[in-house]
Ligand binder design. Structure first.
Ligand code: NAD
Length: 306
């Protein structure tokens, strides 16, 4: 039997809403708060108890879970909005947002200095994984904190990996997504080269998917329609994993590269390409639609690019 934990869940958006609902389903008491009243109301209909403020929820909780847009929101809540001051000594703060590694480490320090316990636990799996409780958690913090959070992570996901000390969860997340972005651009460039050489998409897929070019960007999220019927390319690039979210994660990777003095020309180039794509035609598309930007411009009748 699962023992009941009282959880303050702050940030009930696309991800946090269904994650909080899964904690309720697992038998926990969840006190929820979001700045948007309609989101709080939607969570209440899933069994979450409404809190009047984030600090009010934290004051009653054994565990405080945050699922917020960026590091400034997490640090702002911890400090200015007095979450740390309101919580009982020893409360476990689990931040599931995707934020800068440096912000995650600052958050850990602030939590510990206030007499509490901290874990960074960003996720992959998207809204579909949040709804189906099949997320993967990447955790950073102490072994005891990971063990204490484990039953809650298991209620919201299918896998939880303890990656190391403070910030290690965020580090794993941005390293993985940097690999993904670079490999998606590489796969896309290969399809565009194949097109210019008169090589069929399916023929390239049949070779590369069982040869050394094999990767997730090719065999699961194939950027051209046809070879993988379930990939977003077959539904006009409806996400999937939206390009702006990839751009956000690459921005965090670029910050960490610069902070560490790491030369990663492909990672920085991928960050630049996805930032431009997400700000323009890719704003509502799956990240695999980057292939569209790699094709040569169609010449107009006078020979100049369209
Ligand atoms: P979202 O914008 O839908 O939700 C964030 C919520 O936080 C909003 O409802 C907002 O009102 C709330 N919020 C902001 N400041 C607050 C405050 N001070 N007090 C209370 N509530 C506050 O974002 P999301 O898609 O749910 O993503 C959340 C986090 O998860 C982000 O860090 C994102 O990068 C990460 N993530 C998202 C996905 C995805 O597919 N959406 C996948 C993996 C990771």
């Amino acid at each position: 039997m699962v023992s009941t934990t009282t959880i303050a869940f702050i940030g009930l958006g696309h991800m946090g809403g269904p994650m909080a609902a899964n904690l309720v389903k697992a038998g926990h008491r969840v006190l929820g708060f979001d700045l948007v009243p309609d989101l709080l109301a939607a969570s209440v209909s899933a069994g979450v108890e409404p809190a009047a403020s984030a600090a009010g929820a934290a004051a009653e909780a054994d565990v405080v879970v945050t699922m917020l847009p960026a590091g400034r929101h997490v640090l702002g809540l911890y400090r200015e909005q007095a979450l740390l001051a309101a919580a009982r000594p020893g409360t476990l703060f689990v931040d599931c947002s995707t934020i800068d590694v440096a912000d995650a480490r600052t958050a850990h320090e602030a939590v510990v200095a206030a007499g509490h316990r901290a874990l960074d636990a960003p996720v992959s799996g998207g809204v579909v994984g949040a709804e189906a409780a099949t997320l993967t958690f990447m955790a950073g913090g102490g072994t005891e904190e990971f063990a204490a959070a484990r039953p809650l992570l298991d209620a919201m996901g299918k896998k939880a990996v303890h990656c190391g000390g403070p910030g290690a969860g965020q580090a794993a997340k941005i390293c993985n997504n940097m690999i993904l972005a670079i490999s998606m651009i590489g796969v896309s460039e290969a399809f565009v080269l194949a097109e210019s050489l008169g090589l069929d998409h399916q023929a390239l897929y049949d070779v590369a998917s069982t040869a050394s070019g094999q990767c997730w960007a090719l065999t699961v999220n194939c950027p051209v329609p046809g070879p993988v019927p379930t990939s977003p390319a077959n539904r006009d690039y409806r996400p999937g994993f939206a390009a702006p979210l990839m751009a956000k994660d690459l921005g965090l990777a670029a910050n960490a590269l610069r902070a560490g003095g790491v030369e990663a020309p492909l990672g920085l180039k991928a960050a630049e390409m996805y930032a431009a794509f997400a700000a323009g035609e890719g704003s509502e598309l799956d990240f695999s639609a980057i292939v569209r930007t790699l094709r040569p411009a169609v010449p107009t009748q006078n020979g100049s690019p369209a």
